[in-house]
Design a protein around this ligand. Structure first.
Ligand SMILES: Cc1cc2nc3c(=O)[nH]c(=O)nc-3n(C[C@H](O)[C@H](O)[C@H](O)COP(=O)(O)O)c2cc1C
Length: 190
């Protein structure tokens, strides 16, 4: 894509990826874009953990436990299939990144501003990947919020909050999404 406006407007969340891996050069470019996000007071509150196959394997017991809870809640009759699908969501994406933002337990406003900055960094990363033909999906599924995920990733949940997992890869398909018309989201005040 050769135009920033098109790049932003045509980005879509991608849920199915081909097996093609992502070059380190493209990944490093995306992390550079992330690192250039705005942040108030230069706190640089974001961090990106790229999950390799061993770390993903460590997550499987947690994914299975959470899938069981969800299956029971939904009164699903096929827990095996549900668990298999949940595990594949962690093992299949060519790239899986846990994105964290710094916590400030004694300063709610700082934590809110830092979260906002981390979202900017995350989206810079997503847009940079998109420019290189790589699609992403931001996920805040239960696995991203479970304490045992922090343990598997050796992240101190008192210091950092996992704000999501980014799953990324070359798109198998791109969905169409209807967005609110601009006239419904803008008001010009006298
Ligand atoms: C904060 C945040 C959390 C999200 N979490 C999930 C998720 O857990 N599962 C999911 O399928 N999509 C998730 N998404 C993706 C949204 O569903 C997606 O952005 C939305 O459908 C609009 O589509 P688009 O990104 O293609 O414009 C999340 C997006 C955001 C911004």
């Amino acid at each position: 894509m050769d135009n920033l406006q098109d790049l932003i407007n045509n980005r879509r969340s991608i849920y199915k990826f081909t097996d093609q891996s992502i070059d380190d050069e493209i990944l490093n470019q995306a992390f550079l874009a992330a690192s250039n996000a705005p942040c108030h007071k230069h706190t640089h509150p974001w961090k990106f953990y790229v999950l390799g196959s061993q770390t993903r394997s460590k997550l499987i017991p947690t994914v299975t436990r959470l899938a069981k809870i969800k299956s029971e809640k939904m009164q699903s009759k096929n827990f095996e299939a549900d668990a298999k699908r949940a595990i594949s969501k962690i093992t299949n994406p060519p790239l899986l990144i846990a994105v964290t933002s710094k916590r400030s337990p004694n300063d709610d406003f700082r934590e809110k501003e830092d979260y906002a900055a981390s979202v900017c960094a995350l989206h810079n990363l997503v847009l940079s990947l998109w420019e290189n033909g790589i699609g992403s999906q931001w996920s805040t599924g239960s696995i991203t919020r479970d304490e045992s995920t922090y343990d598997c990733l050796s992240i101190d949940s008192k210091q950092e909050e996992i704000i999501g997992f980014i799953k990324a890869g070359y798109p198998e398909s791109i969905r169409k999404v209807n967005k609110k018309p601009v006239k419904e989201i803008v008001e010009y005040l006298d």
